[in-house]
Design a protein. Sequence first.
Lengths: 363, 363
Amino acid sequence: MHAPLQNDSFLRACLRRPTEHTPVWLMRQAGRYLPEYRATRAKAGSFMGLATNTDYATEVTLQPLERYALDAAILFSDILTVPDAMGLGLSFALGEGPKFAHPVRDEAAVARLEVPDMNKLRYVFDAVASIRKALGGRVPLIGFSGSPWTLACYMVEGAGSDDYRLVKSMLYSRPDLMHRMLAVNADAVAQYLNAQIDAGAQAVMVFDSWGGALADGAFQAFSLAYTQRVLKQLKREHDGQRIPHIVFTKGGGLWLDEIAALEPDVVGLDWTMNLGKARARVGDRVALQGNIDPNVLFAGPDQIRAEVTRTLESFGAPVGPDGQVGGHVFNLGHGISQFTPPESVAVLVDCVHEVSRRLRRPG
Amino acid sequence: MHAPLQNDSFLRACLRRPTEHTPVWLMRQAGRYLPEYRATRAKAGSFMGLATNTDYATEVTLQPLERYALDAAILFSDILTVPDAMGLGLSFALGEGPKFAHPVRDEAAVARLEVPDMNKLRYVFDAVASIRKALGGRVPLIGFSGSPWTLACYMVEGAGSDDYRLVKSMLYSRPDLMHRMLAVNADAVAQYLNAQIDAGAQAVMVFDSWGGALADGAFQAFSLAYTQRVLKQLKREHDGQRIPHIVFTKGGGLWLDEIAALEPDVVGLDWTMNLGKARARVGDRVALQGNIDPNVLFAGPDQIRAEVTRTLESFGAPVGPDGQVGGHVFNLGHGISQFTPPESVAVLVDCVHEVSRRLRRPG
């Protein structure tokens, strides 16, 4: 049995229920900007050495919670574990992004793809269980995966890309291959997230990091349709608790209504979208997560507080003029930079709590 | 005196006047994907050697017109010539992007900035005059510059960036410095584009390539306000001819209404924006330019034709149900890739003409 949850503000905000303050967590909150993370990473030898070791993964997941009053923890892992389990050979060279030894570039390689045996991802589920236990109910634990389209980008390109030439070449010239790959990815991601839920994840998030690279039309057919295929298969409850589903499409502001129509509980927004406008459009159907520019954390404390206040005020009072409770989870609009001064994060987190409490006071 | 214009479809579409077909040109149409460009580039020795030599710049500007039935030419140059003239030392290492020898990173460097003597950019105006003459009235010539914000990105970062950490650090911590830099840039860009108009440019385009990297709020204050400062100073006519102004903000779809409110003649769109929706929102005030994904050109001829047709149809019939003429200039949503097969461009250009003529036929 799990310890009872002491701070459920994140889960309540995800479900658009009242909270005393706006909960906050940060994408990539366990990461390179923290010296204690870099120390554990050095012991582990490599990123995958860190991610695949239950003790290390637990240790780094909890590190930011020791420093900051964060309202949620997120599993330390990578968005690309699923294609790695498909046999593509994920690695991270120091200081570089992810790389696949065996990218998927032709019909034969696509034909070979299948939903991997979830036992190959056992290290992730073990980490989830270990972290949940180590948290002891302090805050809820978020599980996650890359979206089917974002996985496909890396699977075809073999690494990050600035033009997505290879994956889009396949998309435009062989849409049949792309659809097959995405269908396999979607079913794999759904199984993977459900297994994280079984292991103890209290919310799950789909990172569609590269959805915003697609053309209108292609986004709906090749990203959104497969995110939907994932969501349809996800567990809604576990152990009698509702499990919020979060969808984050970087650069997806133009498609906000269509993303909200998939009925996740929460839609993540990057900093290009005005939170107030987003709330007016879809805030009666979904909670919103975001959306400060991570580069704000390079400014001084006064400027950080001013931007945090502006972001909270753009969302507006949690209870709208119609009596509708608006769900807002404060976050960055993308992952925190490795160059961030750790003391800036404390300023941000404390300011979110302080100002959002003030916004809730009547009159 | 200039030779009379034989094909003014581009200028008419910019001003929302009827045309027999949808005019088409491609961002970076004179460039590395063409073997004849690479040959001239090799003779010139370097990118700046090419751009600063009137004969070479004229030669490469006309190369794509020899191959394809394009409806406009665009000056061969770079968006960063203005900061180079400010003394920042622009260079291009082979296979890499632009680099500045003297980036602007502190108060003293910002204080030193001023609008450069336009004589330092004489090579650009000479190229404009030479190209205009060489065109002999075949199609109109477009001049261009980077936007104040996009110039500032490169001036602070010193090169391309994937996170804009340095320029955004300055923006958030020292907005006073950023505003001063942008004011200088805006006045310099306005003088620069007016001098291109005097030299023979028949339309001018402002490339806000990195506007889409900004947060909502910051975009309006640090990009849009200074694009407006440029537009307010630009000549509207020359030699009795109206000079269309084009503003292209990559990733600016969420701010379309605000960009159109600046009253340029044309707003450029990248592929994330639905052309039909954009037309419904602002098509009574501005013409639209765009917006196919350049990666479509890696597919086969049938798929290219299907995507071109879809794009033309998404804009819709040139004369709307209300009798309103809609201005559409066909283009990519960003620069053409250096890896593009040249024969794909012929398929695209011919298809735009053929299908858009068909769309104009009654019933």
